[in-house]
Design a protein around this ligand. Structure first.
Ligand code: DOR
Ligand code: ZN
Length: 374
């Protein structure tokens, strides 16, 4: 047994489903699952019902998170065709702006170039306005008044977003990159000084299209599992992957058994053991995890440090991931049956033991909502 003390991990991409889909997950069950996975802060996506696209809807979601969360939570606002950029007055309270440019779960998809122009332009103008306002100190550290524009942009939509970000000078964060062509384009854009960062999920690092038939609907998500060559490209280009984040997208097994199952897989509580197993196998170093699950998300989104916050993990403990072992309300994992190293023994958040390796000890509402003090 070798217990290693890590800082609390940040999962910069989760879908906690509240409001509107609480049969899949809610702020309590999703953040409890996060703690069990050694994650002490999550950034929650806006494709709920209603979507998080106006100040009132943001306030409604923030109140739900504040009442129920057991780890810290940041909330994205989302671009929608009917509310447009109505979120701008509370842009500072969001961890970033999410734009779905490719097919996903739910109705938030923007395919109109004119609208995309507008979202990048107004987000950039808002950031400039906040940066020039010296009457109150900025919420974020260190460089940006607002979080990035985070895009789900596959294939040809990726260069569209890269160019809009470049033209408007707005930092772009590309979520769940999966293809060789995409990661190589991002590499080139970084070399050319574009303001771009990117993230890869554990399922796109550890599964490929070769697993799709075996997994069926449990292996169906957007972007889809990619070819083994695409997966190899993620590993070859790890140096330019800024963040590992899960795209924790819980759906029930009953929904996954339907004729047209919703895409998405849970992941927030399996990320750390999967990554530690890669360390055990010599494919990663511990520092690779800390950079991508703590330091870079903190820098990219300007997240505050969490004092006295650690995860004690037995990196030698070997066990099998199982559906029954998951705290997510969805109650399953695409990695069921897989043997992993790394058992979370204890999670301490701001000096309090919030998970003891078996049970959640934190009360609902003890997690903090990020960026709310303006
Ligand atoms: O598979 C996915 N499911 N990809 C996404 O981008 C969204 C997610 C969801 O919300 O279920
Ligand atoms: Zn997502």
């Amino acid at each position: 047994m070798t217990t290693v003390r890590l800082p609390g991990l940040i999962d910069a991409h989760v879908h906690l489903r509240e409001p509107g889909y609480t049969h899949k997950e809610d702020f309590y069950t999703g953040t409890a699952a996060a703690l069990a996975g050694g994650v002490t802060a999550v950034l929650d996506m806006p494709n709920t019902i209603p979507p998080t696209d106006t100040p009132a809807r943001f306030a409604e979601k923030a109140a739900l998170a504040a009442a129920k969360a057991v780890c810290d939570v940041g909330l994205f606002v989302g671009a929608t065709t009917d509310q447009l950029d109505a979120y701008l007055p509370i842009a500072q309270r969001a961890c970033g702006l999410k734009i779905y440019v490719s097919e996903t779960f739910g109705s938030l998809r923007i395919e109109d170039l004119g609208l995309l122009h507008r979202f990048f332009r107004t987000w950039g103008e808002k950031a400039a306005e906040i940066a020039s306002d010296t009457t109150h100190s900025p919420l974020r550290t260190p460089h940006s008044a607002l979080g990035p524009v985070a895009v789900h942009a596959e294939e040809l939509m990726l260069p569209v977003c890269l160019n809009l970000s470049h033209l408007y000078g707005v930092p772009l964060h590309v979520v769940h990159v999966t293809r060789r062509s995409e990661i190589e384009l991002i590499r080139r854009a970084k070399e050319q000084g574009y303001p771009v960062t990117c993230e890869v999920t554990p399922h796109h690092l550890f599964l490929s299209s070769d697993d799709a038939a075996r997994l069926g609907a449990r292996g169906d998500m957007r972007p889809k599992l990619a070819s083994p060559d695409d997966v190899a490209a993620m590993w070859e280009n790890l140096a330019i992957v800024d963040i590992f984040a899960t795209d924790h997208a819980p759906h029930t097994l009953a929904e996954k058994a339907q004729a047209t199952p919703p895409p998405g897989v849970p992941g927030v509580e399996t990320m750390l053991p999967l990554l530690l197993t890669a360390v055990h196998d010599g494919r990663l170093e511990l520092d690779d995890i800390l950079r991508r699950c703590v330091e870079n998300p903190r820098r990219i989104y300007g997240l505050p440090a969490q004092p006295d916050t650690f995860v004690d993990v037995d990196v030698d403990a070997r066990y099998e991931l199982s559906d029954a072992g998951q705290l997510t309300k969805a109650g399953w994992t695409p990695f069921a049956g897989q043997s992993v190293y790394g058992k979370v023994e204890k999670v301490t958040l701001r000096g309090r033991t919030v998970y003891d390796g078996h049970r959640i000890l934190a009360e609902p509402g003890s997690g903090q909502l990020l960026f709310q003090s303006v």
